[in-house]
Design a protein around this ligand. Structure first.
Ligand SMILES: Cc1cc2nc3c(=O)[nH]c(=O)nc-3n(C[C@H](O)[C@H](O)[C@H](O)COP(=O)(O)OP(=O)(O)OC[C@H]3O[C@@H](n4cnc5c(N)ncnc54)[C@H](O)[C@@H]3O)c2cc1C
Ligand code: FES
Length: 370
């Protein structure tokens, strides 16, 4: 969908591939700041801003959450996904758009609501790159480990995610890195199949070694750094364990858990849905007094043999946020909480952490897999 008065030449920019087209100037304003940057017309304005070090607000970067809402003040734009779920947060009469789904075909100005501070750029600026599928391995009936070769190497902090795109499916999808943070030529993702989903149906039914992907990253603010010197609590559901694994690997390497406690609650539905217990058991073994990992089954009993096979892990039944609330009652103060997984789990966990655990919002970091 085009907004503004598009010259005929602008219409053709819709079908050009990434890398082509000459850059346009974008001006972003909020109540407290103004920044200008250049953007390629075939790339979303949000990504071009972040790449340029302009910290526009975002969360999912894929059209769902509405956080990247802005008002078009001037210029010709193209809406890549008019039906995006995040469009429900927009007032079309005010020319509001989602910047993660908007491309600028000519010089544009946008007004971002509130007091967005565009200067707060992350330590590592995201960039675009290419990737090749190296390995795709089933972890359960509907969860797979995807390993890709990145070109150039992806630099990321523990807890971050990248956007992946295949030429076979429209739009980027967000996936958290599951391996050790740093500069990685090979990156691991843990991906759950969504019935009828564009990217995951392609991945599970058609993708093969050697397939090419495009990526943009790293993104996300639910990051862990041992430099913060904090005790942590993690709540993950299903493939949400990806970013938590990266956090645990980073903490273990930095010997963070020799001094600071980490308590992890990994929720799955049934015993058929559980994976990477050997890896989690190894991590728990490396910090036996300070790293506690509980596997929580919401729709199944605990298999009595699990305790013998994975002696460093704990097992329980229920929902992970409930077990966290019970086990850490009176011990939340001072922790940073990390939550990753399905939106419902993230929402109830945030509510628990604010109302019961009394954690301040600034110490709750999450990735909602919407
Ligand atoms: C921050 C974050 C981290 C995530 N990390 C993981 C992870 O580590 N593991 C995991 O399994 N899942 C993760 N997800 C969920 C993942 O991004 C996908 O939503 C999920 O895999 C389903 O994708 P799909 O293409 O199969 O389903 P679809 O229903 O086709 O698409 C799901 C999402 O993709 C985006 N999308 C769909 N169509 C378009 C379009 N035309 N243009 C642009 N965008 C579109 C939207 O955000 C939509 O909600 C994460 C999500 C977020 C926001
Ligand atoms: S960041 Fe654009 S909708 Fe979430």
């Amino acid at each position: 969908m085009l907004s503004g008065t598009a010259p005929a030449s602008a219409m053709t920019a819709h079908s050009t591939e990434a890398g082509a087209g000459s850059a346009v100037m974008i001006e972003a304003r909020s109540k407290v700041g103004m920044r200008a940057f250049t953007a390629a017309p075939q790339r979303p304005v949000l990504y071009e801003a972040l790449r340029a070090g302009v910290a526009l607000p975002y969360e999912c970067a894929t059209g769902t959450c509405g956080t990247c809402k802005a008002r078009r003040v001037s210029g010709v734009i193209l809406n890549d996904w008019p039906d995006a779920p995040g469009a429900g947060y927009l007032n079309p009469a005010r020319e509001e758009v989602l910047l993660c789904q908007t491309r600028a075909l000519a010089d544009c100005a946008f007004e971002v609501p509130g007091r967005a501070d565009f200067g707060r750029s992350p330590a590592i600026r995201p960039r675009f790159g290419q990737a090749v599928v190296l390995e795709l391995r089933n972890l359960t009936h509907d969860v797979a480990a995807l390993r890709v070769q990145m070109e150039p190497a992806l630099e990321f902090e523990a807890g971050q995610f990248a956007l992946l795109r295949t030429p076979h499916v429209k739009g980027y999808r967000a996936y958290s890195m599951a391996n050790h943070a740093g500069k990685a030529e090979e990156v691991d993702f843990i991906i759950k199949r969504k019935l009828g989903g564009g990217f995951t149906e392609w991945l599970f039914s058609a993708a093969v070694r050697g397939d090419r992907l495009e990526w943009f990253g790293a993104l996300g603010k639910a990051t862990f750094s041992p430099r913060e010197q904090r005790t942590i609590a993690c709540i993950a559901g299903g493939s949400g364990i990806a970013s938590i694994l990266s956090i645990l690997e980073a903490g273990a390497t930095a010997r963070h858990f020799e001094q600071f406690e980490a308590t992890v609650f990994f929720g799955v539905r049934t015993r058929q849905d559980v994976f990477y217990l050997d890896r989690l058991n190894r991590l728990a073994e490396s910090s036996p007094h300070t790293l506690q990992i509980t596997i929580v089954f919401s729709h199944d009993e605990v298999d009595p043999t699990l305790g013998d096979r994975y002696p460093k892990l704990l097992f329980d039944t229920g929902f992970p946020h409930e077990i966290a609330a019970r086990d850490l009652a009176g011990r939340f103060a001072g922790r940073v909480a990390y939550i990753a997984g399905p939106p419902i789990l993230v929402d109830v966990s945030i509510r628990m952490l604010i109302t019961q655990a009394r954690l301040p919002a600034r110490d709750i970091r999450y990735d909602k897999f919407s």
